[in-house]
Design a protein around this ligand. Structure first.
Ligand SMILES: NC(=O)C1=CN([C@@H]2O[C@H](COP(=O)(O)OP(=O)(O)OC[C@H]3O[C@@H](n4cnc5c(N)ncnc54)[C@H](OP(=O)(O)O)[C@@H]3O)[C@@H](O)[C@H]2O)C=CC1
Ligand SMILES: O=C([O-])CC(=O)C(=O)O
Length: 440
């Protein structure tokens, strides 16, 4: 663990641990020397030093040490250096640093996402960011590789990077938790088995968020089956508002917009008001009834209702699987883009008259969808991180029938994970045709 000795005015460095008795004087020292962050680690006597990085501002380097057998998150490499702000930077109105935790950080999706987060593309060019990367014993080396690439990218807004394998450490003070890590379904594995294995990951991570994250942390669950994983996570985090948990269905929305644009012969920015209803699975319902192209109802622009009900719907539902057949792996870059879209939709006001899809907690929903599940529905945001469900939605028999199928699937998934949500003994009887988008 990195440590700074506090006896010298420009402190020297060595590896070792800092005793709690030294904390307050070191804190004052670092503050006086404009070191940017100084935090006691939870559940230990020791302090972690992890300093802000601004361009061309090297002052006194602290040691580089990423490995920790106990798996505590460490400031990584260049992110452990002490920097001083240049005069012109001091007056710049940087926003307060935000803590973003990412699980599955050595995986394929994260490999795209982290660089977008660090570049300022997601939270804006004046928003410094701390990335807290969660891996496992299995991925610790790879995680160091990720951190090295982040170092080499010289992102001015990336002020801290820490890596770790203990969610209680990594999620400390997290304001965003992007939960990507999950075991992929292997050959011969039942969906019920996947629900159980991944459900345990999300139960544990829910508990960790509940214990150490910001009380207003926003959580986006990506790891599949993401709706039920999000439900498990929120049930294990009773001190965090259930409304703060999302299951990622934005990729499905983007896929639907692309297909509608293709069919109508327009660029995809002309397609709006697309809702994905339900589960991120092959029962999901891409809603063409309420969607618009150039401001007109889709059904007035694309008059082929059979195409909309059959070809379009199935194409969106199975897009992930077709991509896996082509690529030999599941969507990673476009998923990362859709995570960026999902975050931006929460931190910027939704354009007038439009909405976005997100898998959110159903309790209190205005549509009559079963309570107490995580279901993708149309949302609007004022840009404050929160959202409201959209009220003026049309339904017809076709749409209701499809929504009911996805609802039934999620209710069945919920029964499978009752042991993980504190609701008793699990009974797993899933509909036979229930599949992830990546399954064919
Ligand atoms: N909602 C959506 O729209 C989409 C969701 N997904 C889902 O996102 C998840 C991540 O995808 P992707 O990044 O491509 O996958 P990768 O396989 O590249 O990475 C997943 C990470 O999950 C972690 N993991 C956690 N627990 C286990 C476990 N028990 N066994 C194996 N690995 C585990 C691993 O990291 P570590 O060892 O560090 O824990 C691994 O690096 C998957 O669940 C996938 O199905 C994918 C596309 C779209
Ligand atoms: O099943 C998967 O892992 C891939 C997936 O969710 C998608 O492409 O939508």
């Amino acid at each position: 663990m990195a440590v700074a000795e506090i006896s010298s005015p420009s402190y020297t460095t060595k590896s070792g641990l800092l005793q709690s008795s030294q904390l307050s004087s070191l804190s004052t020292h670092l503050h006086n020397h404009r070191c940017c962050s100084f935090r006691p680690l939870p559940r230990t006597q020791y302090a972690k030093i992890s300093c802000s990085v601004a361009p061309n501002q090297v002052q006194t380097p602290l040691p580089v040490q990423a490995e920790d057998p106990k798996g505590k998150p460490e400031c990584y490499g260049v992110f452990c250096l002490t920097y001083d702000l240049k005069a012109e930077e001091e007056t710049k109105s940087w926003k307060k640093l935000i803590n973003v935790a990412v699980s599955g950080a050595a995986g394929m999706i994260a490999n795209h996402l982290l660089f977008k987060l660090a570049s300022g593309e997601v939270f804006g060019p004046d928003q410094p960011i701390a990335l807290k990367l969660l891996g496992s014993q299995r991925s610790l080396q790879a995680l160091e590789g990720v951190a090295m690439e982040l170092e080499d990218s010289l992102f001015p807004l990336l002020r801290e990077v820490s890596i770790g394998i203990d969610s209680y450490e990594v999620f400390q003070d997290a304001e965003w938790a992007l939960l990507i890590g999950a075991k992929p379904r292997g050959p011969g594995m039942e969906r019920a088995g996947l629900l159980d294995i991944n459900g345990q990951i999300f139960a544990e991570q829910g508990k960790a968020l509940n214990a150490v994250a910001s009380r207003n942390v926003k959580v986006i669950v990506v790891g599949n089956p993401c709706n039920t994983n999000a439900l498990i996570c929120l049930k294990n985090a009773p001190n965090i508002p259930a409304k703060n948990f999302h299951a990622l269905t934005r990729l499905d929305e983007n896929r639907a917009k692309c297909q509608l644009a293709l069919k109508a012969g327009v660029f995809y920015d002309k397609v709006s008001n697309v809702t994905i209803w339900g589960n991120h699975s092959t029962t999901q319902v891409p809603d063409f009834l309420n969607a618009r192209i150039n401001g007109l109802p889709v059904v007035e622009v694309i008059k082929d209702r059979k195409w909309l009900e059959e070809e379009f719907t199935e194409k969106v539902q199975k897009r992930g699987g077709v991509l896996i057949e082509k690529w030999g792996r599941s969507s990673a870059a476009s998923t990362a883009v859709s995570i960026v879209d999902a975050i931006k939709s929460l931190v910027t006001p939704t354009p007038e008259g439009d909405w976005f899809s997100s898998g959110v907690y159903t309790t209190g929903n205005p549509y009559g969808i079963a309570e107490d599940i995580v279901f993708s529905m149309p949302c609007r945001s004022k840009g404050d991180g929160d959202y409201e469900l959209v009220k003026d939605i049309k339904f017809d028999d076709y749409l209701w029938k499809r929504i009911a199928k996805s609802e039934a699937e999620l209710l069945a998934e919920k029964k499978c994970v009752a042991h993980l949500t504190g609701e008793g003994i699990a009974v797993c009887d899933l509909p036979g045709d229930t599949m992830l988008p990546g399954e064919m």
